[in-house]
Ligand binder design. Structure first.
Ligand code: FO1
Length: 315
């Protein structure tokens, strides 16, 4: 059995722990197609927060409290940069994490594509899942915001980390998306999968940039395999993160039904055959989609693997 997961953010990384556990039980292969919209170049380094969250989480090196970066991290370089007055001061890189960015940036500057670099980094972390960036091309999520400095576009990380999404926001733009190509292996993985899962990741800034890569949304919509999504919203609130603020920018209701309808049912030109919602959201209706309510809190690997089993049983 081959499972493909569209994922981003911490929700995606934790969900993949459960997918991997389920896959080990049944002998399945897992490919994660990961968001790159959060990526940025900083201090000459390429930072890929979502790929790293997945790699560190599955490799046992993530900080479980912070949710991003490395466990047992130190911050000497951050302190030194601050002493130089180097901007931005609102975004911190840990020392251990910087080693990852150094290796990645050196390889990228030498001409290797991000997918090859990710594979190389993964040999250390052995995530047990094939990690593919959605694209090797530069694709960045920017937010069009407005304040007393006027209207401007800022990088997603500035919006998320510096402003904590607390600034008038008109829309998100996936810069570079029009000319981006799916990374090698992405379309093939989706086209030959037995099951495509949409992780309980932020639909607006984690999953939408993946789907914005030309050909990727179409590949999911036309996939021979069933497509099942998992709601990141429980009882009208995001489990973690700021999906509520992101959905508000799109004018989409922050509910399991709102996100399910945003993805849409396949017969109606959307993406989903099935939609898993939390027990609190039983009764959710998404036109032309099979909806099932199950426990959706990713408290541990076993609970998360049970969600994946439910997704398989839904198909
Ligand atoms: N999140 C923060 O809230 N503050 C930071 O200074 C910060 C630095 C950072 C560095 C590397 C990295 O991979 C992630 C980092 N994050 C930080 C997390 C990141 O902003 C995200 O939560 C996402 O991109 C959303 O998934």
């Amino acid at each position: 059995m081959r499972i493909v997961v569209l994922a981003g953010g911490i929700g995606g990384a934790r969900f993949l722990l459960g997918v991997r556990a389920y896959a080990r039980e049944v002998g399945a292969e897992v490919t994660a197609v990961v968001n790159v919209g959060d990526d940025l170049w900083l201090h000459g380094l390429k930072i890929c927060p979502d790929l790293d969250s997945v790699m560190y989480t599955l490799g046992g090196g993530a900080d479980p409290e912070r949710g991003w970066g490395r466990v047992g991290e130190s911050w000497t370089v951050k302190t030194e940069l601050a002493a130089y007055g180097a901007e931005p001061t609102w975004f911190g890189l840990g020392d251990k994490d910087i080693a990852t960015h150094l290796v990645r940036s050196t390889m990228l500057n030498a001409g290797y594509p991000l997918s090859a670099v990710t594979e190389a980094l993964s040999t250390r972390w052995e995530p047990g899942v094939r990690l593919l960036p959605a694209t090797d091309d530069r694709l960045e999520t920017h937010a069009v915001v407005e304040d007393d400095q006027g209207q401007r576009a800022i990088h997603f990380q500035e919006w998320w980390v510096r402003y904590r999404a607390d600034i008038l926001t008109h829309r998100f733009v996936f810069v570079g998306a029009e000319t981006a190509k799916p990374a090698p292996g992405v379309l093939d993985a989706i086209g030959t999968a037995d099951l495509v899962l949409i992780a309980p990741s932020n639909p607006v800034v984690s999953v939408a940039p993946v789907l914005a890569v030309p050909g990727l949304r179409e590949a999911v919509a036309d996939a021979p395999a069933p497509v099942v999504g998992v709601s990141p919203i429980i009882g009208g609130a995001p489990v973690r993160g700021m999906a509520d603020r992101c959905l508000a920018v799109l004018g989409v209701e922050c509910s399991a039904a709102g996100v399910g309808r945003l993805y849409g049912g396949r017969p109606a030109g959307g993406l989903l055959d099935g939609w898993l919602v939390a027990e609190e959201d039983a009764g959710t209706v998404v036109p032309e989609v099979t909806v099932r309510a199950v426990p959706l809190r990713m408290t541990d690997e076993a609970a998360t693997a049970a969600m994946v089993r439910a997704a398989v049983e839904l198909t």
